[in-house]
Design a binder for this molecule. Structure first.
Ligand code: SF4
Length: 550
């Protein structure tokens, strides 16, 4: 009777981004291991905080997972459980492993949190640091052959040869259709060594998955009509030739799938930007800080001129991109962090994601944290509490700006008009976020990142209510009608793009002008155009959103 091996993890949400790829890769390696043929039956079992019956009380989560895992074994006495651990699930999974071990089952743990400090967690029989495709099947074989006593409890796994490992999508371990999307590994490793990242230590190498595998996975995504794919390659455009080749392949095989890429702005050129425009996609670009001294301290090369040039090419070509910022970095004061927000918004990103720095064990930053004056949580998620330059109060203020930005700018889809509104109000973006948080703290705090809390229409109503108050305070109400038109117009355009549904709206100024470049200067617009009441309808015309007067 083959022994059951169950690869498991706990997900934050059921989405393509949270898909249990690590556990699936290990399951796939076990399934294809020649040494384990006929000896074991491997399966993947992922839990999710959003599961209907998942306990709300975190204390009960470990019992719940252990109980469910036991059920999957059908009462077998000698199953093996392989846990894929991250900062957000380690406590619960370690608790579940402890319960299973009390019943005599073998528990193996891997994943980023274990890789960072494999000797730290004692609730598992074995911990595997690094990519698990080589070591875990070998370990399972040793356990089944009763040679496990020879194995150390802490195993440092060698990196697998990406040319030979199997794809969990192609062998059916995981079905991307179930998650309505896929995480798509094109490469492992990174040519950079940002101090806060797991890639900060070791070799600066990038290993590429072979083209045959990539093409076969693309065929599968096409066959299954996968709606969205998150590309796992931290610097997609480091090799322009390969990036272009892949984009052309994507355009040919999956023209209707939406792709998310991570890219370096400094390496962007017009030819590559144009290739991005040929597929539905968005790019996410790490800025992290606009303070060059801070970026030096975290070993992040930054060429501001090239960065801005890359982003302006993306804007000119119409490629959607978002930016990332981090607060709590060494050498960053609250003032320079705010400058970072203002700089980022001035580049017209579609979204700006602002995160708190985590000092992750196993990173270069973790080793240097004391000398850099970083005080951080000793438990996951290891968030910075304060730094030499950033007080605890500053951390709270930064968190508020992050939440205000998520609500007002990102979910509010404010990119087409936000800078124009800031200019006419003579407010810096960070100041506007601060004022918004002060008035709508509850909205910002309760906002769900999956946009389930407020619809865009509701958010737009709040944006207008807040801005009307600001225009009044500044005695600038004469400019408000134009601002209102621009916000309503682009709001309707974005909703029609999203849903395909037509919308009608009344405007104070002629829609042709509202839609033109004139509208980017609200002061000039108001002072040079006469109001003209008109009604328009947004609609989809040959796949593109358009509007007409009615
Ligand atoms: S943060 Fe991104 S770019 Fe920097 S080392 Fe990590 S993966 Fe590479």
């Amino acid at each position: 009777m083959p022994v059951q091996v169950i690869c498991t993890t706990l997900l934050i949400e059921k989405s393509p981004q949270a898909l249990p790829l690590g556990a699936a890769c290990v399951a796939s390696a076990i399934r294809h291991s020649p040494d384990l043929k006929g000896q074991c039956q491997v399966s993947l079992k992922a839990f999710c905080l959003e599961d209907k019956d998942f306990p709300k009380d975190k204390e009960k989560a470990a019992d719940y997972i252990a109980e469910k895992l036991l059920k999957t074994t059908d009462g077998a006495e000698n199953a093996i459980f392989c846990f894929s651990c991250f900062v957000w699930n380690i406590k619960i999974l370690a608790g579940a492993a402890k319960l299973l071990r009390e019943k005599g089952y073998v528990c193996i743990a891997g994943g980023p949190e274990i890789t960072a400090h494999p000797s730290f967690y004692k609730d598992f029989d074995y911990t595997v640091s690094g990519e698990g495709e080589v070591s875990v099947p070998k370990l399972v074989n040793e356990i089944l052959s009763k040679k496990s006593e020879k194995s150390d409890n802490v195993i440092i796994s060698p990196s697998p040869d990406l040319a030979v490992i199997h794809s969990p999508y192609l062998d059916g371990i995981i079905d991307p259709a179930e998650y309505e999307g896929a995480l798509w590994e094109l490469a492992r490793g990174c040519p950079f060594k940002c101090a806060y990242c797991y890639e900060s230590k070791g070799e600066k190498t990038v290993r590429l998955f072979p083209m045959e595998r990539i093409k076969a996975e693309l065929e599968l995504f096409a066959k299954k009509k996968i709606p969205q794919v998150f590309v796992l390659d931290p610097t997609y455009n480091i090799n322009k030739k390969r990036a272009v080749e892949l984009l052309r392949l994507i355009a040919q095989k999956t023209p209707d799938t939406f792709y998310y890429f991570e890219a370096r702005a400094e390496l962007m050129d017009r030819e590559l930007a144009r290739e991005f425009t040929r597929i539905p996609c968005a790019l996410q670009i790490g800025l992290q800080s606009a303070n060059e001294q801070t970026l030096k301290l975290v070993n992040r090369p930054f060429d501001k001129k090239k960065f801005c040039k890359g982003l302006s090419i993306l804007n000119e070509e119409g490629v959607t991109f978002g930016l990332d910022l981090i607060f709590g970095l060494p050498g960053e004061s609250f003032g320079s962090f705010r400058d970072g927000i203002d700089f980022a918004i001035s580049q017209y990103p579609n979204n700006l994601e602002i995160f708190c720095l985590s000092v992750l064990p196993g990173t270069d930053l973790y080793d240097r944290a004391d000398s850099l004056g970083l005080i951080y949580e000793s438990q996951p998620p290891y968030h910075v509490i304060k730094t030499k330059e950033f007080t605890e109060e500053d951390m709270k203020r930064a968190d508020k700006l992050s939440k205000a930005c998520s609500y007002f700018y990102n979910a509010g889809r404010a990119v087409p008009w936000f800078n124009s509104v800031c200019r006419v109000l003579k407010l810096k973006p960070s100041k506007l976020f601060e004022l918004f948080y002060n008035d709508y703290s509850e909205k910002c705090e309760n906002f769900c990142s999956n946009f389930a809390c407020d619809s865009h229409e509701e958010i737009q109503k709040i944006q207008l209510e807040f801005l009307q108050k600001q225009f009044k305070i500044k005695n600038l109400m004469r400019y408000y009608s134009a601002a209102e038109d621009i916000i309503k117009f682009y709001g309707a355009i974005s909703r029609t793009t999203d849903t395909g549904k037509a919308e009608t709206l009344s405007l104070n100024y002629d829609a042709e002008y509202v839609a033109s470049d004139y509208a980017s200067d609200i002061r000039y617009f108001t002072e040079n155009l006469r109001p003209k009441k008109n009604r328009i309808q947004t609609y989809i015309n040959k796949g593109q959103v358009d509007f007409k007067k009615i």
